[in-house]
Design a protein around this ligand. Structure first.
Ligand code: UDP
Ligand code: MG
Length: 325
């Protein structure tokens, strides 16, 4: 009997579940009181749901850790994971997801840019049978014009270059089932571009639209330079096209120079030798030098990645204190 290509309708997931909110914190002391008030308020109203808030302190230099520990002492649903230094958002988020125990896991930013009320809708969608529920911003009004524009260029370019398509206007805020999280934990790379990894694992996915707010307090941790490096990380993690393109660029230039050489020979045979200008030679040499350097630079990006991956260092280290080494 031929196998049916139609996916079976999954039974709706009823019953009590545990949701883990995975939150990285880096110098967020100003926003913490509001964070717990808003988030706990929004999670408590979701029916048939228990929750834990996994707070990862990513080497903050302010009082973030003390605030988190204090909240954890008041509420057993709050757990604190302290990293040994600032490992960056991607690593901190990995730590939060790894430490989560829930049936479903929701990565969440500490700054309340993503309204916690949306989590209820994500859970409802999961109950309908989806494994991944993406939260998509329906506008980027809270971002600057430059950030909006560069984000657009990044997504378009990334999705052209890479086989793994990252959905536009979707950040880390989403809901993932335990199955998806287990798959994510199997991916061994140490340089983790989470948006790409999330997309790579696949699974039955749906989208919920929401409006992104401005930061509730504090300032963004991502400067233009950090974002640029983040974008490079994205390209080089999920595509080798930047490497391969040099074969074509080199071939094209070689063909063009053969044509040019033929043309010079014919011209010399017909018109004799004239005194060639040095400007055209210098331009050609400099242009080719530039192209070669770009090629080497791109190669360097990938060799650098291989270098880091080959060390097989852990993505992050947790400071477990003296009782629990
Ligand atoms: N973050 C982190 N480590 C870092 C930088 C940021 O854990 O090195 C956290 C930060 O505390 C916040 C989240 O990542 O919870 C998103 O950061 P931010 O809001 O500054 O980014 P933006 O929304 O401006 O892109
Ligand atoms: Mg933010």
């Amino acid at each position: 009997m031929p196998e049916s290509s139609v996916q079976p309708v999954l039974p709706p997931r009823t019953g009590k579940i545990l949701l883990s909110l995975a939150v990285p914190f880096y110098n967020e002391e100003e926003v913490i009181p509001l964070f717990f008030k808003e988030v706990i308020g929004a999670l408590e109203v979701i029916p048939h749901l228990e929750f834990e808030i996994v707070c990862v302190n990513d080497g903050s230099r302010d009082q973030t850790l003390a605030h988190l520990v204090w909240h954890a002492s008041l509420d057993s649903r709050v757990r604190v994971v302290d990293l040994t230094r600032n490992f960056g958002k991607e690593a901190a988020l990995s730590a939060a997801i790894d430490e989560s125990r829930g049936d479903v896991v929701v990565p969440f930013d500490a700054d309340l840019q993503d309204p916690p009320q949306v989590i209820k809708i994500l859970v409802e969608k999961w109950r309908e049978g989806y494994d991944v529920v993406l939260a998509r911003r329906n506008n980027r009004d809270s971002d600057s014009v430059l950030k909006r524009w560069t984000a657009l260029v990044f997504y378009r370019l990334h999705n052209k270059l890479s086989e793994v398509k990252i959905p536009e206007n979707v950040g880390d805020f989403r809901l993932m089932s335990r199955q998806v999280v287990s798959s994510l934990k199997c991916l061994p790379e140490t340089r983790r571009f989470m948006k790409g990894l999330f997309a790579w694992v696949g699974y039955k996915t749906t989208v919920v639209d929401y409006t992104r707010e401005v930061r509730a307090a504090g300032t963004t941790k991502f400067s233009g330079w950090k974002l640029w490096n983040f974008a490079l990380e994205g390209f080089t993690s999920f595509s080798t096209l930047p490497l391969r393109v040099w074969t074509y660029a080199g071939s094209l230039i070689a063909v063009l120079s053969i044509c040019h050489a033929l043309w010079l020979t014919i011209r010399t045979l017909i018109f004799g030798v004239d005194l060639p200008g040095y400007a055209s030679v210098a331009t050609a040499v400099l242009f080719l030098g530039g192209i070669q350097l770009i090629g080497i630079g791109v190669l360097g990006e990938y060799v650098g990645r291989i270098y880091f991956e080959s060390k097989k260092r852990p993505v992050y280290l947790i400071n477990r204190g003296e009782q629990n080494p």
